[in-house]
Ligand binder design. Structure first.
Ligand code: NAD
Length: 252
């Protein structure tokens, strides 16, 4: 337990599992109060009986849900010092054989959802507040079969750069994190050879843990990162440092 975020209140989206849940836990460990939101029906049993955690249904694609989340944080905890806009989806789409329904849905959640979250939060946050967005190293370059996800995460990275200029005038920082492969519900489909092949592409030679992304969120939200805005931080075991020609060597 630290006092890094003593008396601070944060809102975390997509917080029922994975990186969002780990970030909510990390912020509470760092002394904050947290409103954890996710889709209706999400399992928030882990957050029960913790006075520092409040939970709420919030579909990030709905403007009224985003506004209700901010109102709930204010009503429950009296203030809002930051938001972790983390909710996301990743579904492969065959470019020529499928409709654009999944593409539209992905852009809605991964990009428009962030715009709605920023708009709702910034109306109620004071100078010195901060926002972090869970983007992805998939926003930096392409992945086979993942063009929809790549496009959405690339868009959100440039959105964060651009919004940093809008928000600087309000004294609010915004930064993105670019996780590499992290073991969560989203990546549960990677098993056996597929999971091992990805591991071999990671210079640190292991998949990441949600808690390792959570600590980066907590740090970027804190006053320790007070001169950092508009940037994107890879949390990827070195994947994005490799230009892809050669597979990083196994450790001795
Ligand atoms: P996860 O599946 O455990 O969590 C994603 C959460 O987002 C889920 O709880 C889901 O219900 C929620 N969500 C989806 N659509 C939503 C909506 N419309 N409104 C509200 N919530 C919604 O997966 P995760 O890996 O923890 O993903 C968190 C973020 O991290 C995502 O943005 C994802 O793209 C990003 N990311 C994950 C990895 C990885 O390897 N796991 C890598 C890079 C980036």
């Amino acid at each position: 337990m630290s006092s890094l975020h003593k008396d601070k209140v944060f809102w975390v989206t997509g917080a029922a599992s994975g990186i969002g849940r780990a970030t909510a836990d990390e912020l509470v460990l760092d002394g904050a109060k947290v409103l954890a939101t996710d889709l209706a029906g999400s399992d928030f049993s882990w957050a029960k009986n913790n006075a520092s955690l409040e939970t709420l249904s919030c579909d990030v694609t709905k403007e009224e849900d985003n506004e209700a989340a901010v109102e709930t944080a204010l009503r429950q905890f009296g203030r809002l010092d930051g938001a972790v806009l983390n909710a996301g989806m990743a579904v492969p789409v065959a470019l020529l054989d499928e409709t654009l329904e999944t593409f539209d849905q992905t852009m809605d959640v991964n990009v428009r959802g962030v715009v709605l979250g920023v708009r709702a939060a910034c109306k109620k946050m004071a100078q010195g507040s901060a926002i972090t967005v869970t983007a992805s190293i998939s926003g930096l370059r392409g992945d086979p079969g993942m063009w929809t996800y790549n496009a959405s995460k690339g868009a959100v990275l440039n959105l964060v750069r651009s919004l940093s200029m809008e928000l600087a005038c309000l004294g609010i920082r915004i930064n993105a994190l670019c996780p590499g492969p992290v073991e969560t519900k989203m990546t549960a489909g990677f098993e056996g050879a597929g999971k091992e092949a990805l591991r071999q592409c990671i210079p640190l030679k292991r998949w990441g843990r949600a808690s390792e992304v959570a600590t980066a969120h907590s740090w970027l939200l804190s006053s320790k990162a007070s001169f950092i805005t508009g940037t994107s931080l890879p949390v990827d075991g070195g994947v994005s440092a490799n230009n892809g020609q050669f597979r990083p060597p196994e450790h001795q």
